[in-house]
Design a protein around this ligand. Structure first.
Ligand code: FE
Ligand code: FE
Ligand code: FE
Length: 184
């Protein structure tokens, strides 16, 4: 006979384990990003979110408790991939004018993964009648979205500086060769 059918409860618990692993991983990635960031505003955004993420890890422990299950992590290959990509890009672009822009891009990929996971988990928790879990997950989801928006906002300045080659010798003319319309 086939094994017992898996349920939405199982999916919820498995995904919770995934995000528990991913969240702990993101704390490390954010601390590293904070050390690597050049712009003060970006550095402090990463520091703030690293602290917030540490708190999100604690919040996940409360979610596990609220459903009466042990807090366990399960390797999240997506987060591993995203953070190793970020490391690789960091190395490639170290010291370049585009370094901070590249750092933001990597960090936003991580936030988007978290937003996807917490969005799903919150919705499943509500469906399953896990009211406390749903509320806790919603709190974290809001922080992830806020961080993503902040990074988008910081990127507006950073991208311009990256494109102008800030930090390099430049003459007073930031005019770019933009004549051919072939690029967006
Ligand atoms: Fe997080
Ligand atoms: Fe995952
Ligand atoms: Fe986050």
């Amino acid at each position: 006979m086939a094994a017992k059918q898996k349920t939405l409860q199982d999916a919820f618990y498995e995904t919770l384990k995934d995000v528990y692993y991913a969240e702990r991983n993101s704390v490390r990635a954010l601390r590293k990003a904070a050390k690597s960031a050049q712009a003060d505003e970006l550095k402090s955004a990463f520091e703030t979110h690293a602290e917030e993420s540490q708190n999100q890890v604690e919040r996940l422990v409360q979610v596990f408790e609220s459903i009466g299950k042990p807090a366990r992590g399960k390797t999240c290959e997506a987060m591993q991939g995203l953070s190793s990509e970020m490391d690789e890009h960091l190395e490639d672009f170290q010291g370049s004018p585009a370094a901070d822009a590249v750092l933001i891009a990597g960090a936003q990929a991580i936030e988007h993964y978290e937003i996807s996971r917490y969005g799903t988990l919150k919705t499943w928790a509500a469906q399953l009648g896990y009211q406390d879990a749903a509320r806790l997950l919603e709190e974290t989801l809001a922080e992830e979205k806020k961080t993503d928006e902040l990074l988008t906002q910081i990127a507006e300045t950073i991208n311009v500086q990256a494109d102008e080659g800030e930090g390099e010798e430049q003459d007073a003319q930031p005019q770019k060769r933009r004549a051919s319309g072939s690029r967006k």
